[in-house]
Design a protein around this ligand. Structure first.
Ligand code: UDP
Ligand code: MN
Length: 358
């Protein structure tokens, strides 16, 4: 399948992938752009770590799949402050300025989703972006308008080498390069609805209720991405992975939109129609309610489950149901009994110890 021919071929939406995991996000993003009838090209930057299989999938929806060198800040200290050690590699983003076949571009993180047409962004100057919710005098680097240019690319690279990034990722780097963004002409400041950053603890729910229908781009920031959850086709909704139990209803709605595109647009071999058993990793689709109380939790999820239990986020109707707890206790008792009955007489026992010390 060939990608659609864009009406405006010399301008592009650009995203980035340094591994196969984010490819799922990029594919959904591309489909979301097609759904809102963008007239621009779609380009994806990939590093050598992205598999051939994924590249083929990407080339069905992106007009350009461009391999670029992997760049890493290797700034462990600041990345630890962010609690996101994996983000050093986002320095790779600056390769976007080398796409000089385009006269204007809009960068979109692979964890974004376009829900209304945003082609008007191409009327904006470089560098236009929306404020970051964590520090609104900085822009969030998940969505920005830029102009590919080799000299800007070289200057960014030089800046990165000399000064690094104050957060270890691309956002710190780009904000120190465009350090006057907050005070520049208002045309550089995108409305928040062009980069609505949602996370599990979205803090301004009334605004989301009031302005939610104006949203154009949803950005799933944080380490848990939409493809880490699962989806129940029976219930027709996303099943949140443990640790996200407090997610508010609008966020759940956004995740449902993402999953709806995923299950309708991405070819079926990439979907699994049963709940997962290790080592299968998300994303997966469950054809029934998940978790099935009789299924053991996947290894990686049990840590997060324990953490949410300890924080009082208890799912009484689902994974923490009485039946399931009883089942867990029974299995522990059974395994203790088995161990006890298979113990050899040579093994030291409490009684032996007591006798020796007496
Ligand atoms: N990214 C990537 N591989 C990684 C981490 C990040 O390709 O291991 C790319 C991807 O496009 C991602 C972007 O860099 O959307 C920024 O990272 P992320 O979205 O995870 O950061 P957040 O928005 O959560 O701060
Ligand atoms: Mn992001």
């Amino acid at each position: 399948m060939a990608p659609r021919t864009p009406a405006v071929a010399d301008q592009a939406f650009v995203t980035l992938l340094t591994n196969d995991s984010y490819a799922t996000g990029a594919l959904v993003l591309a489909h979301s752009l097609h759904r809102v009838h963008t007239t621009r090209s779609l380009a994806v930057l990939v590093t050598s770590d992205v598999s051939q299989e994924r590249r083929e999938q990407l080339s069905a929806v992106f007009n350009l799949v461009q391999e670029v060198p992997r760049l890493d800040s290797e700034d462990a200290e600041n990345l630890r402050l962010l609690n996101r050690p994996e983000l050093g590699v986002t320095f790779t983003k600056i390769n976007a300025w080398t796409l000089i076949q385009f006269n204007k571009c809009v960068f979109l993180d692979a964890d974004t989703l376009v829900v209304r047409n945003v082609d008007d962004l191409f009327d904006r100057p470089e560098l236009s972006a929306a404020p970051d919710v964590g520090w609104p005098d900085c822009f969030n680097s998940g969505v920005f308008v830029f102009k590919p240019d080799r000299s800007t690319y070289r200057a960014l690279l030089e800046h990165a080498k000399k000064l690094g990034s104050f957060d270890g990722g691309d956002q710190g780097l780009l904000n120190s390069f465009w350090s006057n963004w907050a005070c520049s002409d208002p045309s550089h400041r995108l409305p928040f609805v062009y980069n609505l950053t949602v996370s599990t603890s979205y803090s301004y729910a009334p605004a989301l209720k009031r302005f939610g229908s104006d949203v154009r781009i949803i950005h799933f920031i944080g380490s848990i991405k939409p493809w880490h959850h699962s989806y129940s086709t029976a219930a027709d909704q996303v099943i949140l992975c443990p640790g996200t139990a407090t997610t508010q209803e609008p966020v759940r709605k956004f995740l449902n939109i993402w999953w709806n595109i995923y299950i309708t647009e991405i070819p079926s071999p990439y979907l699994v129609l049963t709940p997962p058993t290790p080592p299968l990793s998300p994303p997966y689709v469950s054809s029934g309610p998940y978790p099935d109380p009789s299924e053991p939790l996947p290894e990686a999820e049990s840590e997060a489950w324990r953490a949410s239990w300890e924080q009082g986020q208890i799912d009484y109707m689902g994974r923490d149901s009485f039946d399931r707890i009883q089942q867990h206790i029974d299995s522990l008792i059974n395994s203790t009994e088995t161990t006890a009955s298979t113990e050899t007489t040579d093994a030291p026992s409490i009684t032996d110890e007591a006798e020796t010390s007496a």
